[in-house]
Design a protein around this ligand. Sequence first.
Ligand code: NAD
Length: 330
Amino acid sequence: MDTIFFNTKVYDQQFFTECNKQYNHQIRFLEVPLNEGTAPLAKGSRAICVFVNDVVNSTVLHQLAEEGIELVALRCAGFNNVDLKAAAELGIKVVRVPAYSPYAVAEHTLALILTLNRKTHRAYNRVREGNFALNGLIGFDLHGRTVGLIGLGKIGVVTARILKGFGCKVLGFDIQQDREAQEAGVEFTDLDTLYAASDIISLHCPLTPKTHHLINEESIGKMKDGVMLINTSRGAIIDTKAVIKGLKSEKISYLGLDVYEEEGDLFFEDLSNKVIKDDVFMRLLSFNNVLITGHQAFLTRDALQSIARVTLQNITDFEQGRALVNQVLP
Ligand code: NAD
């Protein structure tokens, strides 16, 4: 089926081209993101494929409908960037990749925790400059520490299992209590208890109206002094300005982010020769106990292969009129 891929990078093109040898869809790769200005480029296709920061709001969906688009295939798990109600009203189906590799994101979460704790990023630079002094590199044992996970779905559970391997006590909060999480050793609790008892708090819930700015001045106030906060989920779950305040007051001693609420203007692009105009982001970068990666938690070979396979299968299912097992409904 004719499908336009928006916002593609070299690695998308590589993994999708390889996988498409089994599916034979007519793919056109575009580098531009999807937004109101680029939506007309979808003309001539029945389907489009988009990623986390593409704009799929009501206006864009109306434009897509006019161009004859019947399917929006997300090559990601999150769908907070799509106006599902508008899509349904226009008869456009939306599919996603609900699970490609929870291990990729969970393992990246641990990479952030371990790097912030043991300061390997700073040690790497010191040793390369011939500075073998250890001052300022003191960490703590993860063994015996309490980690609070908010959201115990696929990624949260894998993260819990890894942390149990380190000898951590794992507390969990979710709107539903999953048996798999309990079997992984998660002790479910309420949010306030989780905030008060956790040395490390890691976010694994989706971005919804309920979780928007869940981490704010009030919730930070309930956390332990010196807490480590990790977000590999979606940027807007954290109120960034409140977190900066927490860093300045030293309430928060470590911050690890793979996502940022205004990342749409920054992430996935090489801006090394440009002026970054986001003062809030630049303030975050000024703290040496803040570690930011640019939404790369999903970026493993295994995950990219799985994303390509499930996305192309979703498109095939639509083309052949089969049930859309990965459809997202309003
Ligand atoms: P999932 O659907 O398996 O799990 C999400 C869990 O969050 C569910 O158990 C759900 O009940 C829970 N939840 C929903 N609302 C909640 C609330 N208000 N409070 C507490 N818990 C709540 O999803 P997943 O595959 O584990 O992914 C989790 C999130 O990770 C995704 O929504 C996505 O935003 C993010 N993600 C990020 C990357 C990345 O590269 N950084 C990659 C994949 C997914």
